[in-house]
Structure formats: structure tokens, C-alpha cells
Design a protein around this ligand. Structure first.
Ligand SMILES: CC(C)(COP(=O)(O)OP(=O)(O)OC[C@H]1O[C@@H](n2cnc3c(N)ncnc32)[C@H](O)[C@@H]1OP(=O)(O)O)[C@@H](O)C(=O)NCCC(=O)NCCS
Length: 391
């Protein structure tokens, strides 16, 4: 067996062959099943895009209607799940609540053979249908309210905003949210997708797969930079303050939130789409004073850091859009999860088609042939208040 060079974080190491999505970071290209993200954002819907990602082709009219109807009829949560969620501490982070609820679906829906296409279909439908309901239910429950029952008159995105805010959104707000879900649905093998694939490769149940991916997405190095962007814009406070603030960050070699990407070395195509959505939203719902600051931040950062390939990423404008839609800041990452469930499920299904359990190797850096020292013969050394055991 060839010994490979160790790459921290597996950077650049192919972990799978996949036909789900493609990123070309030098040219700012993102494609789902070969279709550009711009085209999907403009012409598709989140559910149609989910179908495309999971089943590999755009659905026919009949397939789409059937899929949408199935999802609509599975949006409700069983009483048992709602009752369980009522006991979640109201101060718990919505991502922890979501991970627990996603995992609990496995308690309520019995495991069946992963070779059964009906089971695969049902799991896809249940997860896409119920994850938004669980996010919205936790939001209302932590405020001490009863969750709202899904509204069958509303489509996927409008229904989610309705369950979350207790108001039917305007068609533009619902459309914009749907585009946000579409452009966050998939992004090759990132940390949470890899987590889903590793868990899937053990042939465990789909709810466990999605719960592990939600847990991975919850960390601040993955989801969550959009919350940090808003904090930064608030700290800057005014357009005039922007240049000195950014120059100071650069001088201190600190990262500017919402900029830079491991793969994209030009403006992330999703950031361009989100910026256009933000402008549409502000023209309908009124402007946002932080948008002018954001534009100035982009200008200054481009001037200073474009030579290093640092441009806005997907997180730079998404927080402004979500806040304008009335979404609390700590739900930004759960919303990312609602969208990314589609990509996780696509990779789960692809993994099952040609599965081999993930079992990488390691480069051992420890000792060998160490004798066992009886406890009374061990040295105890005080270090920083902790007792370390010497050998
Ligand atoms: C996304 C991110 C983690 C990618 O990291 P990475 O590929 O490991 O890139 P590195 O951290 O090695 O950065 C490469 C260079 O660009 C600079 N850089 C990267 N992102 C930067 C940022 N947001 N602001 C300022 N400089 C940045 C680094 O300082 C480094 O400069 P150097 O070569 O002079 O040391 C990183 O850009 C970042 O932390 N961005 C801010 C957080 C964020 O928006 N995350 C959401 C990602 S979708």
C-alpha cells in the first residue's frame, strides 16, 4: 500500500467520487448536477432543487407535484416529538435542539432495510418535511408559546416563515427565503457532509446520519460566520468608521468575517446572488442602515485584500437578508441546516449506492514497549494546579 503524505484537515485529499455538485473556485462557479447555481436560483425552487440533488435529474411536472404533496403531508410532528421538545431547556442552542430532534425521529420511525427504495424515499420526505417544523416549533416553545401547525395552503418556504413568525410572509419574502435555501442546499464535501458520509458508511439509519451532520454544522468554524458579520457591522456603526476599522483589523492580521474561502479565490457566486436578494428585500421592506456599511466593507476589503483572493463569501450578505425577514440571529445556522439536509441526503444516497465503510489510517506518533508502572511507583508532578503523572 502506498504511504500518503499527511494533510491536516484532509485538505485536497479526495474522499469520494461524486456527481452531485462541483465548485470551481478560481472562476466562481458552483453547479448542482451540472446546472449553474445562478440558473437554479433564478428558475428553480428549493424542493425542485432538492429532488435534482437527491435523484440526479430535474423532476417532470408529475414527479415534482407528487414530491411536493408528499412533503406537504409529512410536515406535522407527532405529539410525542412535540412533547419531547417541550422539555428541552429554553436556553439551549437551537442547533442542539435540532440535533436532538433530528436524532429522535429515529425513535419514532422504525428502521427498515436500506435496500428498500420506499424506506429511502420516506426518510428523504420526512427529513425535508419535518426539520423546518422542528426549527420553528423550538423557536415558539422557547418563547413559551405553542408551536403552530403547518399551513397546507402555503408552500415549503412560506410555510416555514409562517410557522416561525406567526405571520404569512409576503410572496417576495417567501421567494427570497426559498432562493436562500436553494443556494445553501449543497456544497461538495465540506465538514458536515463528510460527517454525514462517514456515518452513512456504517449503514446506520438516516436520522442518525442527519443528526451527525447537524452536530458537525453547529461548530463556529462551519456554520455561523453570518452572525459574526452582523456583530462586526454593528461594531463599525457607520460608513465613515468602516475604513479605519477594516484597516485596523488587517494591521492586526485579524480575519474579516464573511470574507475568504478555502476554495473560492473570487467573489463567491452565492454572495452575489444574496446581495441582489438583499437589495430586492430592502426595496420592498425598507432599507437597512447596515447594508451601506456592508457595501463600504466590501469596497475597502477588495482594495486591500483582492490580491490575496479574499472576497465576500456566502455568509457576508445572508445575515442581513435573514434579519430583514424577521429571523433571530441564532436561527441562522439551523436555517443553513434546513437547506443542507438536501445535500446531506443526496450524499447519503450516493454513499449507499457504492458503500465502503470509511476507515482511514493514521501516522502513529506515540511510544512503544512502555512498561506498566504500578501506581505507588509513579511520580506525581504539580503543573499549573493539575497533577500530572510522570513516568
Ligand atoms: C473561510 C476561511 C476559514 C478559509 O481559510 P483558509 O482557506 O484556511 O485560508 P487561510 O486562513 O490560510 O488564509 C490565507 C490568507 O488569506 C488571509 N485571509 C483569509 N481570510 C481572511 C479574512 N476573512 N480576512 C482577512 N484575511 C484573510 C489569511 O490571513 C492568510 O494570509 P497570509 O497568507 O498573509 O497569512 C477564512 O477565509 C476565514 O476565516 N474567513 C472568515 C470566516 C468566514 O467568513 N467563514 C465563512 C466561510 S464560508
Amino acid at each position: 500500500m502506498t504511504v500518503c503524505e499527511y494533510k491536516p484537515g484532509l485538505e485536497g485529499v479526495p474522499a469520494a467520487e461524486s456527481s452531485i455538485s462541483h465548485v470551481d473556485g478560481l472562476n466562481g462557479v458552483l453547479e448542482y448536477r451540472g446546472i449553474s447555481i445562478q440558473e437554479l436560483a433564478q428558475r428553480s425552487t428549493f424542493l425542485e432543487t432538492s429532488f435534482l440533488l437527491i435523484w440526479g435529474h430535474l423532476p417532470s411536472q408529475g414527479e415534482l407535484e407528487e414530491f411536493e404533496n408528499e412533503i406537504r403531508s409529512h410536515r406535522r410532528l407527532k405529539y410525542g416529538i412535540r412533547d419531547m421538545m417541550k422539555f428541552f431547556p429554553e436556553r439551549s442552542h437551537p442547533m442542539d435542539a435540532l440535533q436532538t430532534s433530528a436524532s429522535a425521529l429515529g425513535l419514532f420511525y422504525a428502521r427498515r432495510s436500506l435496500k428498500d427504495p420506499n424506506y429511502i424515499r420516506q426518510a428523504v420526505v420526512r427529513l425535508l418535511a419535518k426539520i423546518p417544523t422542528m426549527v420553528a416549533a423550538f423557536q415558539l416553545m422557547r418563547k413559551g408559546n405553542d408551536p403552530i401547525t403547518p399551513n397546507d395552503e402555503l408552500d415549503y418556504s412560506a410555510n416555514f416563515l409562517y410557522m416561525l413568525t406567526e405571520k404569512v410572509p409576503t410572496p417576495l419574502a417567501a421567494k427570497i427565503f426559498d432562493v436562500c435555501l436553494t443556494i445553501h442546499a449543497e456544497h461538495t464535501i465540506n465538514a458536515s457532509t463528510f460527517s454525514a458520509m462517514v456515518t452513512a458508511s456504517t449503514l446506520t439509519d438516516p436520522y442518525g446520519v442527519i443528526a451527525s451532520a447537524v452536530g458537525t454544522l453547529a461548530g463556529p468554524l462551519h456554520g455561523g460566520a453570518n452572525e459574526e458579520v452582523l456583530i462586526m457591522l454593528e461594531e463599525i456603526g457607520s460608513v465613515e468608521n468602516t475604513r479605519p476599522y477594516i484597516e485596523n483589523l488587517i494591521a492586526k492580521k485579524e480575519k474579516i468575517m464573511g470574507f475568504g474561502h478555502r476554495v473560492y479565490k473570487v467573489k463567491d457566486p452565492r454572495a452575489t446572488i444574496l446581495q441582489e436578494l438583499a437589495e430586492k428585500l430592502f426595496s420592498e421592506l425598507g432599507s437597512d442602515r447596515y447594508y451601506a456599511i456592508a457595501l463600504e466593507v466590501e469596497k475597502v476589503v477588495e482594495e486591500k485584500l483582492a490580491s490575496k483572493g479574499i472576497y465576500p463569501n456566502v455568509d457576508f450578505y445572508s445575515g442581513l437578508v435573514y434579519r430583514k425577514l424577521g429571523i433571530p440571529d441564532d436561527l441562522f445556522t439551523p436555517i443553513f441546516a434546513i437547506a443542507r439536509v438536501a445535500g446531506w441526503l443526496a450524499h447519503w444516497k450516493e454513499q449507499l449506492e457504492e458503500n465502503r465503510i470509511f476507515r482511514p489510517t493514521q501516522i502513529y506518533t506515540g511510544l512503544h514497549d512502555v512498561p506498566y508502572t504500578p501506581i505507588e511507583a509513579r511520580d506525581h508532578v504539580e503543573t499549573n494546579g493539575h497533577v500530572a503523572v510522570g513516568t
